[in-house]
Write a new protein. Structure first.
Length: 348
């Protein structure tokens, strides 16, 4: 348990005065009451303490009679989106983290979930595609607005970017754009400022960059709008800057296992046999960091795949970095991938 959590933790045998002192010292609005074995027994908020004092409690009274034993918490595997959902639904600003034995493992705060530090970098999310491979689902809803675990894919991306400190987000829109714009509006409800790059015709994964209103001062991040990922944006920006790259491409390992035994021959004679070998490649994860001037190379009003911009850098012998995405990553562009992300059984 880190020091920040220890500062807002008290024992069951302490007093109301101890609770007030802990609230003051920690700067939190919650006190966590634990046993000697670190099990979380209950909580007290600053509001609980005020109500107890108004009801006649004395500062030296034990806290036990006022302990809130019914409280919300999450386990250690809860995602940022799940935590935010619960906080918003219950209008709470702090959420304890409890392990499978019921021990206190940490504390989520709304400030931490929304993002502590603000980054100056822009984010551009490509959300204008039709999602042809996901028909008929996408006949009435744009692919990025398909829900996974109760939340649109695109909303998960925006919340993740905000949690990484990014406050200025551009969404490229075309197909059923009104659904996306109606959901996100100006971004205020999601902790950021959102602008829209409106494509009059489909412009591919990179063409919307020509619609940006100007050149940013620092590198920008561009990503596809159908990704479920919790990549570390801080590390990726640091990697880009330290490597002095013109562009950095997020990559992930793609592993393929051949379902048969593989035989190698020479002049009709078997030289080796391998049973179901596996091969791996680094695959494009659909996440890019670009130097501020690179979007100016994208031709206006033209269908333009973003990898072509990276290939142009390579053609000019400009350094391009490969940043490994080692966190969760899923591309939901195919029905099979979408079913898996929703926990649905594979269809034969």
């Amino acid at each position: 348990m880190d020091q920040a959590i220890k500062r807002c933790t008290v024992r069951l045998d302490q007093s109301i005065r101890d609770v007030l002192a802990t609230l003051d010292a920690s700067g939190m609005e919650i006190v966590l009451i634990t046993s000697d074995s670190k099990k979380l027994l209950g909580i007290l908020t600053d509001g609980d303490v005020r109500r107890a004092l108004l009801a006649g409690a004395a500062l030296n009274d034990p806290l036990a009679p006022y302990l809130q034993k019914q409280f919300f918490f999450v386990n250690e595997n809860a995602t940022r989106a799940e935590v935010l959902d619960l906080m918003q639904a219950r209008r709470i600003g702090q959420l304890p983290i409890v392990d499978k034995e019921g021990r206190l493992a940490g504390l989520h705060t709304l400030h931490e979930i929304i993002g502590a530090g603000e980054r100056p970098n822009w984010a551009i999310v490509m959300a204008g595609g039709r999602g042809e491979r996901l028909k008929p689902i996408t006949d009435s809803i744009p692919k990025p607005m398909i829900r996974v675990a109760g939340r649109p894919i695109l909303e998960r991306i925006v919340l993740h970017l905000v949690g990484c400190g990014i406050r200025h987000v551009f969404l490229s829109v075309n197909y059923l754009a009104e659904i996306i714009e109606g959901h996100f509006k100006d971004g205020t409800a999601f902790g950021c400022h959102i602008e829209y790059l409106r494509e009059e015709k489909p412009l591919g994964t990179g063409g919307a960059l020509a619609l940006l209103p100007g050149r940013p001062d620092v590198p920008l991040i561009v990503l596809n709008g159908d990704l479920l990922t919790r990549f570390d944006a801080d590390r990726m920006f640091a990697y880009h800057n330290e490597g002095k790259y013109r562009a950095t491409v997020g990559v992930h390992e793609y592993l393929h296992t051949v379902p048969y035994g593989v035989i190698e021959t020479e002049r009709g004679r078997i030289t080796s046999m391998r049973e179901k070998p596996s091969c791996s490649w680094l695959a494009n994860a659909g996440i890019y960091i670009l130097d501020p001037d690179l979007p100016e190379r994208v031709p206006p009003n033209t269908y333009f795949p973003l990898p072509a911009l990276v290939e142009g850098c390579l053609d000019q012998s400009e350094p391009v970095g490969a940043f490994r995405i080692e966190d969760d990553w899923d591309d939901l562009g195919r029905p099979r991938d979408l079913r898996r992300s929703r926990g649905e059984e594979e269809q034969p």
